[in-house]
Design a protein around this ligand. Structure first.
Ligand SMILES: [Fe+2]
Length: 197
């Protein structure tokens, strides 16, 4: 099988230009392309008995998580801007956020704090349905630091490519402000409802 490049109905955003979105979607397409390329290459050469070939295949397997999560994390990211902006202060997610962080405002403040971590990567907010709680972590690259098996509720891209058309690195905070201006909380709430079903 091959993974398709998804399209997203992204409205005009506040503080994020159309050019920035276009450039970023182009990068996403590159991840989908390379997931498919890695899988096809492993399939084509996976039974090689050549020592160098076997080593190359092992390295491709090691590389898959970078490309795969690069694809999937961007799908989580772009979906969050789709649809009419909403959010229910009495949603199940809001209740869970209040239990863990004290209030919705504290929840967002915590995401912002984690987003201030040095380096490129993501803030990922997860639901842990077994422990009935939320976790907010910094993921390096796309794959290092992910929490196994936990559904992702929110993905905030903190690679410089996510904002450098519009902002310089020292203005990362402005990009984070823009993210929260544009994120459709209904999408996040729906993910939470699915996660705890
Ligand atoms: Fe990105």
């Amino acid at each position: 099988m091959t993974y398709p490049t998804r399209t997203f109905a992204i409205p005009v955003l506040k503080g994020v230009s159309e050019k920035q979105v276009k450039v970023h979607l182009g990068l996403y397409e590159g991840y989908v392309k390379h997931v498919n390329l890695i899988m096809a290459t492993i399939a084509a050469y996976g039974k090689t008995t050549d020592e160098g070939g076997k080593y190359a295949i092992a390295e491709l397997r090691r590389r898959l998580a970078f490309e795969f999560n690069g694809m999937r994390m961007h799908e989580y990211y772009f979906e969050q801007f789709e649809g009419e902006k909403g959010g229910d202060p009495a949603s199940a997610l809001a209740v869970a956020a209040q239990e863990k962080y004290g209030s919705g405002e504290n929840f967002i403040a915590h995401i912002r704090e984690v987003a201030g971590s040095r380096g490129i990567g993501w803030v990922a907010v997860y639901s842990d349905p077994k422990a009935k709680t939320l976790h907010t972590v910094f993921v390096n690259d796309h794959e290092l630091g992910q929490l196994a098996g936990l559904p992702i509720l929110l993905a905030l891209d903190l690679w410089e490519h996510a904002y450098m058309v519009d902002y310089v690195p020292a203005e990362k905070k402005n990009y984070i402000d823009a993210f929260f201006e544009n994120v459709n909380w209904s999408v996040i709430e729906k993910r939470f409802e699915e996660a705890v079903k």
